[in-house]
Every structure is written in structure tokens, then in C-alpha cells.
Design a protein around this ligand. Structure first.
Ligand SMILES: Cc1cc2nc3c(=O)[nH]c(=O)nc-3n(C[C@H](O)[C@H](O)[C@H](O)COP(=O)(O)OP(=O)(O)OC[C@H]3O[C@@H](n4cnc5c(N)ncnc54)[C@H](O)[C@@H]3O)c2cc1C
Length: 299
């Protein structure tokens, strides 16, 4: 049966190629890859727009979309930076959704658990029902076995624990990872892969393709490059940022200036600055946050 059985010849379609020379934003490479920890990686495998007019970057897709609403008033490439900075500063987010980024990621399951909470991406993950899990496990170095924070129940002090306890922890991981042999033996005996996998620890590696638009990728980065995020996922977020920075340099610069390295002041904080008085809040955490902001502002 012919695939195209519908006659569309009467519909006028202009298929003339553009005479503007286009260049590949990834320089013709199939992927840009960054190693993360011993066994992990993140690779940029595709971008939309992949081809842009010579001398431009994928930032041009943001500007092109924005000018639909703002008109063709500012057309020079030198003015693109200002327009993108305006958009980011004023949270005009939809033009940033015109850029799409696709990554191939290999990470431990406990990192994937945090990552998958970002619902606006399209994800396709390795199936441990269909395939055998690899014998790759994440291990921190001895001097990165961190102490539990006393003030933040969800984080570490950033200080390493004593070497003997760190070694005890790594020996414990060794014992659990040693059970991978049992997983293999049980598969050999015919236990189904979908059940055999449930005995594996969460530091075993999984992989996926993760596709997301630039606006939501920057939202992911703002949360996962932040110091409150767990160090292990932060390493992936930093690697992701390094991969996309040359693709959308103006958007990344604006993201640092107006988001990641910026600060939001609450109404109470603005009043405290104006009055020179203490913060009108008896909440301990809010006061600690205000003290940190004051220190950063040199107040
Ligand atoms: C430091 C840190 C600690 C965390 N601790 C915990 C924890 O202890 N327990 C826990 O469960 N989670 C925790 N999370 C996950 C967190 O609560 C968010 O689920 C995660 O960061 C994703 O954020 P998001 O929803 O803004 O992002 P995305 O899912 O990427 O969504 C982006 C934006 O799209 C919009 N959006 C997406 N889906 C919807 C929807 N269905 N309805 C309305 N708007 C939507 C929202 O505006 C959202 O901000 C933690 C995250 C961080 C960074």
C-alpha cells in the first residue's frame, strides 16, 4: 500500500531553502560528554535549534520567539543579550521554552530519585525488568563521607567524618555491593529480572535520556546547583550547566545574574532594612536565613 495516498499537490507549499548559511550549535559533534564521579556521565546529545545562522547561538531561538510579541524593534545581535536579560529578569519564561535540550545521563539510583521529581522533562530510563543491571556502584571517597548536620536534618555539615568511621561506611558499601554476585547467580537460576533487581542497593547505576526545554532546565539547575541540594546531584547539575553554557551563553549569563547568584528579599526583610530594626518574625529558621542574607549583603 502506498504510504502517501492523499493527493496534496493542490496545496501550495513554499519549500524554497533559506539562503542564510546555518551552522551546527554543537559544532558537528554527535555528543558533548562530561564524566561525573567514577562511573557517571552526562552528555548533551541534541539541541533545538541545532542549526542557527552563522555567528549566532541557540540564544537566537529565544530572541526570535520574543520578537513575535515585542516586534522587530531591536534586531542587532548585540541587542539580543539585553533582550534575553530583560526576559529572565522579568520572568518572561515562554521564549526560553523554545530551546530544547536532550541529555544522556548515567547516575546512581539515589540521584535519579531526586532528579525524576522534575516533572517537566521527558524521560526514558533503562529497564531493569528487560535488562540486567550493571555492576557499577557510586562510592564517595574517604574524605567525602560527610557528617550529618546538626542544624539541617536533610543535609551534611560539609565536614568529613573521622577516617575510621568513613572507612567503616565504605566497608559496609563493599559488603552490600558484594551481593551483586548473588543477583547474577539468582538470574542464572531463572529468577525474573524484575524481582532479582529489588535486592540491589540505591547506589547502583541507572541511565536515561532526559529532554527538557531551557526554561525548565534552568529551573532544575536553580534547585540542583544550589548549596541545599545533595552534593552528588549537584555534580551532575554543574556538569549540565557547563554543557549548555556555550549553547545558550546569554541565557546562562542571565540565569547566573538574576537567578542562581541573585537573592530574593521578603517584605519583612525590606522593612528591616528600611527601619534598621530586627526582623519582625519569631521564626528561628527565618531569622537564620535573614542573618545569612545580611552577611552576604555586608549589612
Ligand atoms: C534541596 C531539596 C530538597 C528536597 N526535599 C524533598 C523532600 O524531602 N521530599 C520530597 O518529596 N521532595 C523533596 N524535594 C523535591 C521538591 O519538593 C520538588 O518536587 C522538586 O524540586 C521539583 O521541583 P518543581 O516541582 O518546582 O519542578 P518541576 O517538576 O520540574 O516543575 C517545574 C515547575 O512546573 C510547574 N509544575 C510542574 N508540574 C506541576 C503540576 N502538576 N501542577 C502545578 N504546577 C506544576 C511548577 O511551577 C514547577 O515549579 C526537594 C528538592 C530540593 C531541591
Amino acid at each position: 500500500m502506498p504510504i502517501m495516498s492523499v493527493d496534496v499537490s493542490h496545496i501550495g507549499i513554499d519549500r524554497k531553502p533559506s539562503d542564510v548559511p546555518l551552522v551546527d550549535v554543537m559544532g558537528g559533534a554527535a555528543r558533548w560528554e562530561s564524566k561525573v564521579h567514577e562511573h557517571g556521565l552526562i552528555a548533551l546529545v541534541d539541541v533545538m535549534p541545532r542549526l542557527v545562522p552563522e555567528g549566532q547561538t541557540a540564544d537566537s531561538a529565544i530572541v526570535q520567539a520574543a520578537r513575535v510579541s515585542y516586534g522587530a524593534g531591536t534586531k542587532k545581535v548585540s541587542e539580543d543579550r539585553g533582550l534575553i536579560r530583560y526576559l529572565v529578569r522579568h520572568r518572561h519564561t515562554t521564549p526560553l521554552e523554545m530551546v530544547e535540550l536532550k541529555f544522556h545521563c548515567v547516575m546512581p539510583i539515589f540521584v535519579a530519585r531526586q532528579w525524576i521529581r522534575h516533572r517537566t522533562a521527558n524521560v526514558n530510563e533503562y529497564s531493569a525488568r528487560y535488562s540486567v543491571m550493571s555492576d557499577r556502584f557510586y562510592r564517595p571517597s574517604v574524605d567525602n563521607v560527610r557528617q550529618q548536620s546538626t542544624s539541617n536534618r536533610q543535609g551534611s555539615e560539609g565536614e568529613p567524618i573521622d577516617t575510621a568511621t568513613a572507612q567503616e561506611f565504605l566497608d559496609y558499601l563493599d559488603r552490600i555491593e558484594g551481593e551483586y554476585k548473588t543477583y547474577e547467580q539468582l538470574l542464572d537460576k531463572g529468577v525474573t529480572r524484575e524481582l532479582a533487581r529489588i535486592g540491589l542497593p540505591v547506589n547502583v547505576y541507572t541511565k536515561w535520556y532526559w529532554k527538557c526545554d531551557l526554561h525548565n532546565t534552568l529551573h532544575f539547575l536553580s534547585l540542583r546547583m544550589d548549596e541545599h541540594a545533595q552534593e552528588e546531584i549537584r555534580a551532575y547539575a554543574y556538569a549540565m550547566y557547563a554543557l549548555i553554557q556555550p549553547i545558550v551563553p546569554h541565557a546562562c549569563e542571565a540565569f547566573l545574574d538574576y537567578n542562581l547568584e541573585a537573592m530574593q528579599l521578603t517584605r519583612l526583610e525590606i522593612e528591616a532594612i528600611k527601619s534598621g530594626e530586627a526582623l519582625k518574625s519569631d521564626n528561628k529558621r527565618e531569622n537564620a536565613e535573614w542573618a545569612a542574607k545580611r552577611a552576604r549583603l555586608g549589612l
